[in-house]
Each structure stands twice: as C-alpha cells, then as structure tokens.
Write a protein that binds this ligand. Structure first.
Ligand SMILES: Cc1cc2nc3c(=O)[nH]c(=O)nc-3n(C[C@H](O)[C@H](O)[C@H](O)COP(=O)(O)O)c2cc1C
Length: 151
C-alpha cells in the first residue's frame, strides 16, 4: 500500500515510535468489499511495530467502545455510489473525538487514479462538515468491480 508510511504522524516524530503519552489507539473501520479492512490491518500492524497499543474494531460488527481510554483514533471507511459508508460517518460525527489525535483513511475507486481527487471529493467535505482537525487523512486505491478482488 503506497501510503502506509503516512500513518507515521500517529507515531512519535523523533523516535519513530510510541511514547507513554500516546495512550492506546482505536482503529475502527467499515468495509463492504474488503479493501478498507485490509488497509486497517496493515495500518494496525505498522503502528504496533512502532510500539503503539492498537485495538481494531469492525464497525459493522462491533460496538464503539468508550473513547476516553484512547489517545488516538483512526477511522477507515469505503465509499460506494458517491456515499461514504454511514457507519464511518457516524463515528466521525461523535463529539467525544474532540481532543484525540485523529486520522482518517478512505478506500475508493477514484483514488486508483488520484488520491488527491478522492480526498477532495469525499474526505474534505466531511472534515469541514463535522469540524474535524485530523492529524492526517488520505485516500487509498479501492477495489473495482471486475478486478477479481485485487487492490
Ligand atoms: C457498487 C459500487 C459503487 C462504487 N462507487 C464508487 C464511487 O462512487 N466512488 C469511488 O471513488 N469508488 C466507488 N466504488 C469503488 C469502491 O470505493 C471500492 O470498491 C472500495 O474498495 C470500497 O471500499 P471497501 O472495499 O472497503 O468496501 C464503488 C464500488 C462498487 C462495488
């Protein structure tokens, strides 16, 4: 995944690893076709390899835990028919995200050609609408119908 290294802003800048101040990270994703799920696990492993304690939840299956025990939250979602998945948006709307380090990633077809276009079309409006201040947000190439499930 080309942009995995962009998860690094969630890590301590000098050490390249977690500090005690970072607390736990919640990585919550929603995926229909599997791309976001795959990215979620890659990002979780990357963060763990840098010393972060990461809890991964599938928003289709799991309840959102109490966010007060998390210093950082990563939200991953896909998009279909121009609509970012509802359960991803529901988490991004939560007021208790305030004061936590936030990262957002999106899997989308548009990002196969242009991550920037995908960010501008789907993520920037959400950041604006919900008044978010993410440490980073990015779009990754999704799976396209007929691709045989390949990313
Ligand atoms: C029915 C359908 C509609 C889609 N609509 C869009 C779209 O409007 N914009 C886009 O960028 N990608 C679109 N895609 C591509 C998805 O964003 C891509 O499959 C991505 O992997 C979805 O994330 P997920 O695999 O985690 O569910 C669509 C895919 C499908 C199957």
């Amino acid at each position: 995944m080309q942009s995995t290294s962009q998860a690094i802003p969630l890590c301590d800048k000098d050490e390249g690893g977690a500090s005690e101040m970072d607390g736990r990270t919640l990585l919550a994703y929603v995926s229909a076709g599997g791309a976001t799920e795959r990215y979620a696990h890659i990002i979780a492993e990357t963060l763990r390899s840098r010393g972060h304690v990461v809890d991964v939840i599938d928003l289709k299956r799991d309840n959102i835990p109490d966010l007060s025990s998390y210093g950082s939250v990563v939200v991953g979602t896909g998009v279909r028919m121009g609509m970012v998945y509802r359960k991803g948006k529901r988490l991004l709307r939560r007021k208790d995200l305030e004061g936590r380090r936030l990262a957002i990633f999106l899997s989308s077809g548009i990002a196969i050609k242009s991550a920037e276009k995908s960010k501008a079309k789907f993520l920037e409006p959400l950041v604006e609408k919900y008044g978010l201040d993410p440490a980073m947000y990015d779009a990754f190439p999704g799976k396209m119908p007929g691709s045989g499930g390949k990313l």
